[in-house]
Design a protein around this ligand. Sequence first.
Ligand SMILES: [Zn+2]
Length: 124
Amino acid sequence: MYKLTIKTQFSAAHQLRGYRGKCENLHGHNWRVEVTIASEKLDDLGMVIDFKELKQRVGEILEELDHQFLNEHPPFQEVNPSSENIARHIFDRLCEGITEPHLQVDQVAVWESDTAGAVYYRKT
Ligand SMILES: [Zn+2]
C-alpha cells in the first residue's frame, strides 16, 4: 500500500456545549489538518494522487469552515464541534469527492494545538 499525506490548516471559533470548563466558552483555534490517502497502485506518473489536486479538494472543504463560528455551521449545530467531530466531518466530505476506485481516504487528523489532536479513520 502507498500512503500520501498533506498538511493544511484553518482558523475558526467554537464552544463545546455541556463541557464543564473553559472550553464551554467561545474561543478559537488554528486547527492543523493532516489528510492521508491510501492506494494499492500508482498512476502513470508514479503518484497516488497529485498533491496539488488533493490540497485543492481538502481546501474546498476547509474553506467552508475557515473563520466561521463552527457551532452555527450545519454539521455542528447538533453535534459538538470537537476536534474528533471536525476530523470525521472532513473525512466524510472528502469521501464524497473521492470517486476514483483505487483511492481511499485513510485518515484525517485534526490538531487544535501542538500537543492535542484527534484522528478519525474507518476500520475496514
Ligand atoms: Zn477549543
